[in-house]
Design a protein around this ligand. Structure first.
Ligand code: HEC
Ligand code: HEC
Length: 725
């Protein structure tokens, strides 16, 4: 059994040891993850066979001189890993090979198999020598590095069945934690969130995006205390004016402090049943009853009735099961060494996949009655939740927000004076709302979803449905007069409106997306292109090095395209060629999302001449330059897709027809619903999901249900087996 499971078994119910327990717990997890990634069975090949030749052919050209001692000398590196310096060098090499950024992108690359063999050898040796084989892997588990998994190895996988991930714990999402707090009787507004999601874009709720550290544990302890305080509030008796201890608590808790000579065993059990039901939505086991009863008695003896009871009730809130989603699996492994999630784990996994709520009664009942044990059972429950209009499913629109990133438009500050020609204030929230509605409209039809998202020329424009008046303009009189951003002649209630086809194609031409991928005062072809490279083409751009002073030149007399010429320098270009020419077609849209044929730049001569009679400058004079919206699709990895394009609309239509782009979309949906990056072992899952999407005529529901009934979702791999992928 995995270390994680052992760690859970060994837990004691003593609040004092909680701190160590949670920490020991998370390190057990990490241990399990890394132990599993160590490779066995490749040692016989060794350094001389698979590592030295790779270095010789692909590295020593740059790393083969002794002259500069700062550079790694790979022509004479020793295979031994005894000294700290040797270990440090080898882990650096491993990280670079794993991230795929050595040799540099514009150099000849080693064949994938050679690279992977070398990675396996170094990992195994580092593990043996006690070195760090994890730095690169920790990075690879983050969302931003998901594309580093080779596309072909996923979609041309020859695996017979998927090799899922190891058992894992996944901390509750902030919204579910809030719900837990409220369900328990606390007030989520008055507690601090222990599981806040980090800043930045992309898919947020990632299992690897979080480690349980000391501040988290401290916060969890404090919150547990506050929740129990709310559960067991005292009351002031109006007549006698006396304090009634636990006067506002449920009767099961009150009984514990009211009984002379301490609570009976039966009273303690009733209270524990109540607390387990509130927090864990289940009955305690016999062992748990015994353990918590002993703890309750001890705490009452040591700290008095009220404090002792509170501490014990708080301990239930601190059980790993209360704050983590458990995905450990249960039962005997199948012939591939995979174990299925337990019925209760599945109930939670299904609920958390679609909703921000804990599982509903039907899911829990199905789990308890043995009707949540097969793929078809899971499919039945997913269909039920999906169809049920009363079940709120915020996780679905949230995917599209995080994938496209348009909801971040309000984060990009715009000066009201830039929009004064539209008589009003700039309200990015309205733009976001319009895009939300467009996505909802497309999802309702659920046909060719990705293609519609990328190419539709329809758009909601400044649209809001008032409960009494029906469709109305979304702004109020202090805000923009009309739907300026798409320059329509007349606003109508009949929405989504049709916009000119040659001007607009889907989400990437929605003002919200354009604003979110722009700067305060100008467009941002780099960010727009980076998005297309990563989210549609599945490519990668190495992180911006901190040594680069990345700023658009302060040259207001030049167009943005001209200012970007600074990145043509060969050092810059090795990264920027991945982004710039995919982003420049969007120069046809201003930083506010308007379609434009002309771009204003500073007219130096006219500004110099613009002086009053005393020769004082009278301000800037602008002139308009024709926009060049051409660009290039390059290095796409798909035959026939690379080409020059004349406009963003043309580029988007080409991309929307590409198999590769569709598969990259499938990869992102996978990441969102699995909470982790795809790995080579997930190939069969991705192939099946892509097929389900195509065969259902582009149904998003079809795609998601395929993923949520896949082996990657339902199973966990015993660590010894994961090593073999
Ligand atoms: C075209 C020249 C070139 C080739 C080929 C090349 N590298 Fe590099 N490497 C560099 C440069 C330049 C740096 C320093 C800049 C940086 O860190 O990106 C570097 C840095 C590194 C570092 C980090 C060194 C440190 O001290 O932090 C490692 C490790 C590395 N390379 C490994 C490799 C390996 C392994 C290969 C072959 C698979 C390889 N490199 C091939 C040019 C090259
Ligand atoms: C290793 C890859 C890499 C190299 C080399 C690189 N860049 Fe970049 N650059 C990036 C990435 C990635 C971004 C986008 C940053 C982000 O996501 O905000 C960026 C962004 C920029 C920006 C926009 C910054 C802003 O205002 O948001 C400018 C300007 C820029 N780079 C200029 C340069 C110049 C000039 C060079 C060469 C001296 C250079 N870069 C070298 C990767 C690189």
């Amino acid at each position: 059994m995995s270390k994680t499971v052992e760690a859970i078994r060994c837990l004691s119910h003593d609040t004092v040891s909680l701190f160590i327990r949670v920490l020991c717990f998370s390190s057990a997890l990490i241990f399990a993850a890394f132990a599993s990634s160590a490779c066995r069975g490749d040692e016989q090949h060794g350094f001389a066979g698979q590592v030295a030749p790779l270095f010789q052919n692909f590295c020593v050209k740059c790393h083969g001189t002794d002259e500069e001692d700062t550079q790694l000398a790979l022509h004479q590196i020793s295979a031994t890993m005894d000294a700290p310096l040797q270990l440090a060098n080898w882990s650096k090499i491993l990280t670079r090979l794993q991230l795929g950024d050595m040799p540099p992108a514009d150099e000849r690359q080693p064949p994938r198999d050679d690279r992977e063999r070398a990675i396996r050898w170094i990992k195994a040796e580092l593990d043996r020598a006690g070195g760090r084989a994890d730095a690169g892997e920790a990075k690879l588990r983050q969302f931003a590095y998901g594309n580093l998994v080779d596309h072909e190895s996923l979609f041309h996988s020859t695996l017979e069945v998927a090799i899922p991930a190891e058992p894992r714990l996944w901390r509750l999402s902030p919204s579910i934690y809030e719900q837990l707090v409220n369900d328990a009787g606390g007030d989520s507004r008055s507690i601090a969130q222990p599981f806040a999601l980090g800043p930045g874009g992309g898919i947020k709720d990632y299992a690897a995006a979080f480690v349980v550290d000391e501040p988290t544990v401290t916060q969890l302890l404090r919150n547990a205390g506050e929740i129990v305080a709310a559960q067991t509030r005292d009351k002031q008796d109006k007549e006698t004016n006396e304090t009634v201890v636990f006067g506002n608590a449920p009767k099961q808790f009150r009984a514990l402090v009211e009984t002379q000579g301490g609570p009976t065993g039966g009273q303690i059990e009733e209270a524990l049943h109540y607390q387990f039901d509130r927090i864990l939505q289940r009955e305690p086991t016999a062992d748990e009853l015994a353990g918590f009863t002993a703890l309750m008695r001890k705490n009452i003896r040591d700290a008095g009735a009220a404090r002792g009871v509170r501490a014990t009730l708080a301990a239930v809130l601190l059980l790993p099961e209360a704050v983590f989603r458990l995905e450990l699996g249960q039962g005997p492994p199948d012939k591939h060494g995979r174990i299925m999630l337990s019925p209760r784990e599945l109930a939670y996994a299904v609920a958390y996949a679609l909703t921000d709520e804990r599982p509903d009664g039907q899911l829990l009942k199905a789990a308890d009655e043995g009707r949540l044990a097969t793929r078809d059972d899971v499919r039945r429950e997913l269909e039920r939740l999906w169809q049920d209009p009363k079940t709120k499913k915020p996780r679905i629109p949230r995917f599209f927000r995080e994938y496209f990133g348009y909801h971040r438009a309000p984060d990009v500050f715009k000066n009201d004076k830039d929009v004064k020609q539209y008589s009003g204030r700039f309200r990015a929230e309205i733009l976001v709302n319009d895009t939300d509605q467009l996505i909802e409209w497309i999802l309702k039809r659920d046909q060719n979803v990705l293609k519609e998202l990328l190419t539709t020329n329809r758009s909601f424009v400044n649209y809001r449905v008032d409960s009494k008046k029906g469709p109305v303009l979304a702004h109020d009189k202090n805000h923009m007069e009309l739907a300026y951003n798409v320059a329509i002649d007349e606003w109508t209630k009949d929405q989504p409106m049709e916009l000119p086809r040659e001007e607009r194609a889907g989400i990437l031409t929605q003002p919200s997306w354009l604003v979110a991928h722009s700067d305060n005062t100008h467009t941002h072809p780099i960010l727009r292109g980076k998005w297309v490279r990563e989210r549609l083409l599945g490519g990668t751009v190495p992180d911006l090095p901190i040594t680069v002073d990345a700023q658009f030149p302060d040259a207001p007399e030049q167009t943005i395209r001209e200012r970007l010429a600074i990145t043509k320098d060969s050092y810059c270009w090795k990264c920027h060629q991945q982004m710039n020419s995919l982003g420049l077609p969007f120069e046809a849209y201003s930083h506010l999302g308007e379609f434009r044929k002309l771009e204003p730049v500073l007219d130096l001569q006219a500004t110099a001449a613009n002086v009053d009679s005393k020769g004082n400058p009278r301000g800037d004079v602008l002139r308009e330059v024709e926009v060049d919206p051409s660009g290039v699709i390059s290095r796409s990895g798909e035959q026939g897709l690379d080409c020059e394009v004349k406009s963003a609309v043309e580029m988007i239509h080409r991309l929307a027809d590409s198999d590769r782009v569709r598969q990259v979309f499938v990869r992102h949906v996978f990441r969102y619903f699995m909470g982790r990056n795809e790995r080579p072992g997930d190939g069969p899952t991705l192939i099946a999901a892509d097929k389900a999407y195509v065969e259902s005529g582009g149904s998003f529901k079809g795609l998601v249900i395929s993923l949520l009934t896949s082996d990657s979702f339902l199973y966990r791999q015993l660590p010894s087996q994961v090593a073999r992928q």
